[in-house]
Every structure is written in C-alpha cells, then in structure tokens.
Design a protein around this ligand. Structure first.
Ligand code: UDX
Length: 436
C-alpha cells in the first residue's frame, strides 16, 4: 500500500518508518529542507532507541523515502497521515494550535487523485477531522476522499516497541470504505491479534485526550499519596504494590516523581480542559491533576532546600538527569525546567549531567548552569546530589566514590531509585519521595 506521512517530527517519523517496516511504501514529507536532507543522508534528528537502524533498513530496501515535495508524495497515496505539530497555542490559553494541520489540509487538497483517506495522527481537538474535510472540499470540490482519526499512544524512548506491539489501535472513521483502508494499513498488527477499536471520528479524537488525562491523573494521584506517606511515616513503594496488584487499578504509572513532563501530558490535559469548556462541561479531576503536578515541582524545590539545611544560597547542587524521562533527549516540560531555575535564582550553583539531553537542555534552561562530562564530575565538591531522571547509568552509581568526592554526602532521589536503608548504611543523608 502507498502511504504518505506529512510531518517528520517524532510521531510522523516513527509511524512512517514502522509502516514501511510493515511492508508498505511510505513517503515522508516535511517542509524543512534541512531535516529532509539530513534524513536522506541517514541522520535522524531525534534520539529514539532503534529508530536509526529501522530507517536505514527500510530506506535500503526501497520502502521508505523522504521529500519536501507534495507533488511527489500525494497523487499516488491511498492513505495520507497528517502528523504535523500541534503545540499549545501562543495565546497561552491551553488550546492546541492547529495552524499546521489546516495548512497541510489546504496543500494536500490540490494534489489528490483517486480515492484517498486523510487521517489525523496528531493529537487534535474533537472536530478537527471534520474541519480538515471542510478545508479540502473548499479547496478541491471534486476530490474523492474521506477523513479519519487514528490517535497514537507512543511513549518516547519505547516508541518502536509501542508501535509494533500496541495494546490496541483506535480508528475513527466515517465510512466502511475508509475503515477498509485503515484495516489494510494495520493488517500486520491484526495478524498478531492486536485489538482494534473502530468507532466514530469524534470518539477516536476524544479517546486520545481521555487516555493521556487518565494517566496524568494516575501520576498526580500517586504523587499526592507519596506526600501523605511522608506525613504519616508510610512507604509509598509498598503502598503502590499494595494497590497496583488490584487488577482494577493496575501497577503501571504508580511511580511518584518530580511531576510528569513531556510533550503530551502537560499539553493534552490543558487542551482537554479548554475543549470541554467550549461545550459548557468541565473535567475537574483533570484540573486537579494539573494543579497537583505544578505543586509537586514546587514541593521538590522545598525538599532540596530542606536537605541543604534551609537555604540553597551558595550551595553546589549536582543534578543527574535533565530530560523529562530517560531514553529521550526531549526537554519539553521537563520538571528540571521548573526546579532548576528556582534553585538558581536563590543563589545555588548547579552542576548538571544528562546522557543525551544536555544540548537540548541548553535551550530550555537559564544560563549559569554548568554542564558536566559525567555524573562524578557533576558530584565533585557538591553539597547535595539530586537524581532528577532515572537513566540506567544512574541506577548503579559507585556510591562509595560519590561519598568521597562530594563535599557533603546528601542524596536526594526524586525517582526512588535507591534503597533508603542501604544509603544510610553507606553514610548518606538520603531523601526519596514518599518514604521515610
Ligand atoms: C505519553 C503516553 O504514555 C503516550 O501513550 C502518549 O502517546 C504520549 O504521552 P510520553 O510523554 O513519551 O508518553 O512519556 P511517559 O512514559 O508516558 O511519561 C510521561 C511523564 O510521566 C514522564 O515525565 C514520566 O517521568 C512521568 N511518569 C510516568 C511518572 O512520574 N510516574 C509514572 O509512574 C509514569
């Protein structure tokens, strides 16, 4: 099958490459010439484990190509996926900015030939697919097409596995004809018994927001319970096991931390709040989760301050991990972008390390942060170390060495990676989240 992917950002590139791996012929289109020439030269603009090999393989086998020209990509395509960015709007009101989606629809319209299904892959407000249809019809009244919605549920850092072995595929369609096309696109997954939820376009659009909002609620719930654990002297790790083994609750997404970040949860929770307002409805549980998340980051600043004896002024803090989670170089909405400026403002010296995210971090963090070659350099002479992101390489630190090189053996573990009793035995003053 011939597929065109508009947008070679995170979602577009991973999805397009995986479709090629399914055996389809995929053309990925992007306006940014530099990006396309990089991709043509085999350079992947993002860090996602396994993606470079998969792109290389599919390009070599002739199923994946990159272009800036819609003329090359659209006429033959049976399915066109729109995977352009939908950032929070510049108005700062939480609405998703749909400029790129609508611009893509407008451009596609002129090149359509034969029956084509145009599918929103980007996370878009309810009603967007219908708007895309309207725009295309206005631009090209004779075009033979259907619109559809097919939200993605990929986690950064695990996107290829998530794509190849999803829990489910959700498709929102308006006709049997378009459903057949989408079933054909995902045929290799059906052969592996992946469940498919085929529904209306509006339901599919809302499903994405509901999924992300639910996960954000779950994380904010455990973060608040962690604070309760600290107050009453309970242990959140055991508690999470205790509730997570109940199949109705489930054990995933019950890890407390410095607050969720990334490109999806912060943006999609706000967008959902705005969407429902337009319909005179509210999602108060989601609003609470957003508030709890902001409070969680502030609480982390206080935790660090308390461990430094009440003031961070003049203290050196080593920070291990800057990205919003491991296995990505993505700094969008990373808790570090809120926590570190607060510490810096109050006079702390910050020596940071991240395995993949330091270049990105420089665009998101204020000047004055020192970026170090490795974790030990960051910790040298520090008054405290803060484990911010649980990269594997921070899970087995040489703690005896750390204790010797640090000025003070103070360990603040915002991801509960280490065991409190062991840390105390080694001689650290240790503080995790939700554990005494
Ligand atoms: C998420 C969704 O998982 C994915 O389905 C959707 O398509 C996009 O958004 P992603 O943003 O890549 O994916 O990351 P995810 O692994 O879900 O983590 C998001 C944030 O939540 C991270 O900051 C992570 O550290 C935090 N988190 C996650 C916790 O604090 N505790 C947890 O138990 C799980």
């Amino acid at each position: 099958m011939k597929i065109t992917m508009i947008g070679t950002g995170y979602v577009g590139l991973v999805t397009g490459t995986c479709f090629a791996e399914f055996g389809h012929h995929v053309t990925c289109v992007d306006k940014i010439e530099d990006k396309i020439s990089q991709l043509k030269a085999g350079k992947i603009p993002i860090y996602e484990p396994g993606l470079d090999l998969l792109v290389g393989k599919n390009v070599n086998e002739g199923r994946l190509q990159f272009t800036t020209s819609l003329d090359d990509a659209i006429p033959e395509a049976e399915a066109i996926f729109i995977a352009v960015g939908t950032p929070s709007s510049r108005r700062g009101d939480g609405y998703a900015d749909l400029t790129y989606i609508y611009a893509a629809a407008k451009e596609i319209a002129h090149y359509l030939q034969g029956y084509t299904v145009i599918i929103d892959k980007s996370t878009v407000p309810v009603g967007t697919a219908r708007q895309v249809a309207r725009i295309i019809r206005e631009e090209n009244p004779t075009a033979d097409f259907s619109v559809a919605s097919n939200p993605e549920f990929l986690r950064e850092g695990a996107a290829i596995t998530d794509f190849m072995r999803p829990d489910r595929v959700v498709i929102g369609v308006e006709s049997e004809k378009s459903e057949r096309v989408l079933r054909e696109v995902y045929k290799p997954l059906f052969l592996r018994d992946t469940p498919i939820v085929s529904t209306t376009i509006e339901t599919a659009e809302l499903t994405k927001y509901a999924a992300n909002a639910f996960l954000a609620v779950k994380i904010s719930f455990i973060n608040e319970i962690a604070s309760v654990c600290e107050a009453v002297g309970a242990d959140v790790s055991d508690l999470a096991k205790g509730i997570g083994m109940d199949g109705r609750i489930g054990n995933k997404f019950l890890h407390p931390g410095p607050g969720y970040g990334g490109s999806c949860f912060p943006k999609d929770t706000l967008a959902l709040m705005r969407i429902v307002q337009e319909y005179g409805e509210s999602v108060r549980i989601v609003e609470a989760a957003v508030e709890v998340n902001a409070a969680q980051k502030a609480r982390m600043v206080k935790k660090i301050r308390d461990m430094l004896g009440g003031s961070e002024s003049g203290k050196t803090i080593a920070v291990l991990g800057l990205t919003f989670k491991p296995e990505t170089d993505d700094m969008r909405e990373a808790p570090a972008t809120t926590i570190l400026p607060a510490l810096l403002e109050k006079g702390a010296r910050i020596k940071a390390h991240d395995p993949k995210g330091m270049e990105e971090a420089k665009h998101y963090l204020p000047e004055g942060i020192e970026y170090m070659e490795n974790s030990y350099e960051a910790c040298e002479g520090a008054d405290a170390v803060v484990l911010m992101t649980e990269w594997n390489q921070y899970r087995a630190l040489d703690l005896d060495r750390l204790k010797v090189i640090m000025k003070e053996p103070v360990f603040i573990d915002l991801r509960n990676v280490y065991d409190p009793a062991t840390m105390q035995e080694i001689g650290f003053r240790y503080m995790g989240i939700g554990r005494k």
